[in-house]
Design a binder for this molecule. Structure first.
Ligand SMILES: [Ca+2]
Ligand SMILES: [Ca+2]
Length: 322
């Protein structure tokens, strides 16, 4: 018997999310940026050729003869790696110790990216410097050569600027008629969609997000037609994560749209699928990126599973559309 996780950050995602994203059509990072404690005023640090040089200077009072002691130590630093993450729809943002979003992209062009989606082989591509995209909104993003698979309104692959392991744990696609997840989806939708709808799974993804030896499952299900406009009351699209916590299956919604009022059809409609499962920040734990298709637009949301207390947290999102 499964139950819904009741922690605050695991609450339902409403359809207002894609609408708001398309209004702003910009990237956001929800994780607060923390400022590291300032280095002692007597220490300066420089980075040269992959090494860090720390210089400690002992100041002297201006009335004393000038005696300055300088100690220099050199240690090997890891390669600078910003983990910039982009899809065809838009550029999600990057990781530099915190999740970041905005127009000041940490690239100049000719950077190498890994291309990852679900269980497909990992590819490579090269990114351009920052440029304006999503005409006429002119959002700052990059172009890729060769292009990453998918297109604007289809589920994206992701390009991730890193040489690290973007898929540190295997990702396996299960059949979309797997009885256990048909039943789990029916149980989840019961009471949320009336009458009990047709269960139509579109993705069943099994993986071990953090590599703790316990597999998670991500399920997408939808009855909303691709043209959106022919949707009927009771149609739905949903993506959810099932995770075993302390011996009990917990469920968290990562995207949800249920058609409840035809008069509000366009505002409510979004078709959700998982675009990619990949480690977006090099900590060995994989994030889940959900793609939402809306009327004449699309968006991406990246969910980081923080811990069993917070559950999945929406850390980056972006959108492009009319
Ligand atoms: Ca796990
Ligand atoms: Ca990660």
């Amino acid at each position: 018997m499964s139950r819904l996780y009741q922690r605050p950050r695991w609450q339902w995602v409403t359809v207002a999310v894609p609408v708001l994203l398309l209004v702003s059509c910009s990237s956001t990072a929800e994780t607060d940026s923390s400022t590291a404690p300032p280095a002692p005023s007597t220490t300066t640090t420089s980075v040269t050729g992959g090494s860090v040089t720390s210089t400690t200077t002992t100041p002297v009072a201006s009335t004393e003869p000038a005696t300055t002691t300088t100690t220099t130590t050199t240690t090997t630093a890891p390669q600078l790696d910003t983990y910039l993450v982009a899809g065809n729809t838009c550029l999600l943002g990057w990781w530099d110790g915190d999740w970041q979003a905005g127009e000041d992209l940490p690239v100049s062009g000719a950077e190498q990216y890994q291309v990852v989606r679900l269980d497909e082989p990992i590819g490579t591509t090269e990114g351009s410097g920052p440029g304006l995209h999503c005409d006429p909104l002119d959002l700052v993003s990059v172009e890729f050569d060769p292009p990453i698979p998918g297109d604007f309104l289809e589920v994206d692959a992701l390009a991730i600027q890193t040489q690290g392991a973007v898929r540190p744990h295997p990702v396996e696609m299960l059949g979309t008629s797997t009885p256990a997840y048909m039943e789990a989806t029916a149980e989840l939708l019961e009471g949320r969609v009336a009458p009990v709808p047709i269960i139509n799974l579109t993705q069943v993804i099994r993986t071990d997000l953090e590599g703790d030896g316990i597999e998670e499952v991500i399920v997408s299900a939808s009855t909303i037609p691709d043209d959106l406009l022919s949707a009927q009351v009771g149609d739905y699209s949903i993506v959810y994560l099932r995770k075993l916590i302390e011996g009990e299956v917990q469920t968290a919604i990562l995207g949800e749209s249920i058609v409840q009022d035809l008069d509000k059809l366009l505002q409510e409609l979004a078709i959700f699928e998982v675009a990619a499962v990949a480690d977006l920040n090099g900590d060995g734990k994989m994030e889940i990126v959900v793609n939402g298709t809306v009327w004449e637009g699309a968006f991406l949301q990246a969910w980081e599973y923080v811990d069993d207390d917070l559950g999945p947290v929406d850390v980056l999102s972006c959108g492009c559309g009319s």
